[in-house]
Each structure stands twice: as structure tokens, then as C-alpha cells.
Write a protein that binds this ligand. Structure first.
Ligand code: UD2
Ligand code: MN
Length: 336
């Protein structure tokens, strides 16, 4: 190694040390190390300068990046996007995204899918399962290679509550019938949203849940909008709770998601028998499950923000945002 190379190597190792000591991804030696990958040290530093995002190099101290059960809490600046995609890409997982577009909600499909193609698990194998009562309104979208749309017909509904809860029923049935043989990971997502930035492999785990943007910062657990009536299966007593999770984006291994989706369906059926509906429908059951079965990864509200709200300084990147919509106009029975 000549002097120039020695200086460059030292520079590179210094960069890595700063990066690692700032509490980020710590698989030292996992990339840019083997002679086969990068015979010359200067290739490594160039590689980092070319692909690393500024915020991943600076690190973050303003947010918690681990839960108190030691699961990652994912924020921009707490992972290296290139490294994490490369790790998951080796497994080349098949990812199913289950979307419901019943009644007037088919209007949201185009923007969701087009933006998903730009930002959602780009270069991974993704199938969008679109559950709809109106197949002819499913738009034709140009998809990347390895990506598909599969349409599933479901009945129309007269109450929006029946659509949101019905998602649990139709998802369970369709996983049994079809999806189990076609996917390794599964996401459930609301359709009334648009991707704005990368949503990559850092979101994948056995069970990943997203912090609801409304309650992640200053809300004490007793103020979370959990179901508080003991008659409901979704009941969570005061004094309990970690976070309040949104039901608009959640995902994980196919079988873990199947279990959870089925649980939400069965619990809501029990409630219906007892003439009660949980305050936030399947979201309430989801929160109950996740309190006693902790998610293996928690995603920050970057993974579902909302056009209704300004972004505070800790939200450096909005990955998906919920659209502003006229609830009364778009829902079959109106109202919030
Ligand atoms: C951001 C957030 O926390 N979202 C949750 C919140 O929803 P939202 O107020 O965002 O509910 P929403 O109107 O988006 O309904 C949820 C989803 O159900 C589907 N849909 C709904 C009605 C309909 O007529 N047709 C149709 O297809 C569609 O995919 C929609 O995105 O509360 C709901 C239950 O109350 C769900 O827990 C949502 O996940
Ligand atoms: Mn929604």
C-alpha cells in the first residue's frame, strides 16, 4: 500500500468509526470490506460519499431508536438504506400489500400505486392485492419488474365501519385461499394515502407496527384512544400500554400477520355478538394484541404521516402521507 492509499484507508476507517459510534447500524465488516467487493480502499470511501444520505452520517440524538423491549424504533438517520436493502435483497422476499378500495375509495388507487412504484420497496418483488367491489375502476398502472396487481372481488357495504372491519375477514379468507402460496411478508395499508419518500427494507420484520402520528410524543398512556369499555374484547385497562399504533400501515411475516388479522376478525365478531363495536374498530383490536405480543420492529410516524398536519422537526422525512378527504362525501354512510 502506498502512502496515498494508507491515508485514504485511514480516512475511511475513521468515517466508519464515527458512523458506528454514533449508534447506527453496527454490522462492522458487512459491506465494503472484502477484496472481492472492493479491491481498493478509495472505492469504499467513494461508495459511501456517493450513496450515503447526509443524515445517516450525522446520526441522531433527538429521538429514541429502541423500544424498552429492545426492538428497533426506526427513524430516518438510524439506518443505512443501501446496506439494509442489500441485506434483505439477498433473501429476495415476496411482499404482499393488501389494499381495500370499496365504493368511492377506488379514486385513491391511482396515486397510491403510482407513488408506491416510485418509493415502496423498489427493486423488491411486490404484489398489490386490491380488494374491491368495482373491478372496472382499478386503473392500469405501469409496474416495475417483479411487481404485480391481483384483484380480489368483495361485496359492497352500506357502513364504512363494515368495510374497515371487513378487511380482517377478507384478508384471512384470501390468505387461506391464495396469498399464503405467493408471499413471505404481508402489509395491510389504507388506500387513502400517497408515498413521498423511500419506504424500504428497514420496515421489514416479523411484526412491524407504526406509531400513530397523533399520540407519539406528548401523550401519556392513559390518554391513548384505546378501547376503555371492559365489555369489549379490545379493552385495555388504565395504566397499561406502550404506544398507540395506527391500523393504516402494519406488516410482518405472512404467518404472523395472518394470526393477527384473524385475531382482529374473531375479536370483532365476539364484540358484535355482544352488541358492541370497538371505538376504533380493528385499530383497537390491533392495539390490544400488540400490547401483549410486542412488535419486533416499531416504525416512526414517518411511515404514516398526514396531510392534515404540519411536520414537526423530528419528522425529517414523510414516507407516506394520508390524504385530506371529505369523509361525508366519500364514505357510504358519511361521517367520521
Ligand atoms: C390513519 C389511520 O389511523 N387510519 C385508520 C382510521 O382511518 P381513516 O379515517 O383513515 O379511515 P378510512 O376512511 O381511510 O378507512 C380505512 C380504509 O378502509 C377502506 N375503505 C373504507 C371505507 C370505504 O367506504 N371504503 C374503503 O375501501 C380504505 O382502504 C380506507 O383507506 O380508522 C379506521 C377505523 O376507524 C382504520 O383503523 C384506519 O386504518
Ligand atoms: Mn385512511
Amino acid at each position: 500500500m502506498n502512502n496515498k492509499h494508507a491515508v485514504q484507508a485511514a480516512f475511511y476507517i475513521g468515517l466508519r468509526a464515527i458512523y458506528i459510534s454514533s449508534g447506527h447500524f453496527s454490522a462492522f465488516g458487512s459491506f465494503c470490506q472484502t477484496p472481492a467487493d472492493n479491491p481498493e480502499p478509495e472505492d469504499c470511501s467513494n461508495w459511501r460519499l456517493k450513496y450515503a444520505q447526509p443524515s445517516t452520517q450525522k446520526g441522531r440524538t433527538d429521538v429514541n431508536s429502541v423500544t424498552n423491549w429492545n426492538a428497533p424504533l426506526v427513524w430516518e438517520g438510524t439506518f443505512d438504506p443501501v446496506v439494509i436493502d442489500a441485506i434483505y435483497k439477498k433473501m429476495d422476499p415476496r411482499v404482499a400489500v393488501l389494499l381495500f378500495a370499496v365504493g368511492k375509495y377506488t379514486r385513491f388507487l391511482k396515486a397510491f400505486l403510482e407513488s408506491g412504484e416510485k418509493h415502496f420497496l423498489v427493486d423488491f418483488r411486490v404484489t398489490y392485492y386490491i380488494f374491491t367491489d368495482n373491478e372496472k375502476d382499478v386503473p392500469k398502472i405501469e409496474l416495475g419488474s417483479g411487481r404485480k396487481i391481483s384483484v380480489v372481488t368483495v361485496p359492497s357495504a352500506t357502513r364504512w365501519q363494515d368495510v374497515v372491519l371487513g378487511r380482517m375477514k377478507w384478508a384471512s379468507i384470501t390468505i387461506d385461499k391464495q396469498i399464503r402460496n405467493e408471499a413471505d411478508y404481508l402489509f395491510m395499508m389504507d388506500i387513502d394515502s400517497v408515498f413521498h419518500n423511500r419506504f424500504g427494507a428497514e420496515s421489514l420484520s416479523q411484526l412491524s407496527a407504526v406509531l400513530h402520528r397523533g399520540y407519539y410524543k406528548n401523550t401519556k398512556r392513559d390518554r391513548f384512544p384505546y378501547e376503555r369499555r371492559p365489555r369489549s374484547k379490545a379493552y385495555i385497562p388504565p395504566g397499561e400500554g406502550d404506544y398507540y399504533y395506527t391500523a393504516a400501515v402494519w406488516g410482518g411475516y405472512l404467518e404472523d400477520m395472518y394470526k393477527l388479522v384473524k385475531y382482529c376478525h374473531e375479536q370483532s365478531e365476539e364484540d358484535a355478538k355482544n352488541n358492541i363495536e370497538a371505538v376504533w374498530q380493528e385499530e383497537s383490536h390491533l392495539n390490544k394484541y400488540l400490547l401483549y405480543n410486542k412488535p419486533t420492529k416499531v416504525l416512526s410516524p414517518e411511515y404514516l404521516w398526514s396531510d392534515y398536519d404540519h411536520t414537526p422537526p423530528d419528522i425529517k422525512v414523510v414516507r407516506i402521507s394520508q390524504l385530506v378527504k371529505n369523509y361525508a362525501e366519500v364514505r357510504p354512510n358519511g361521517g367520521q
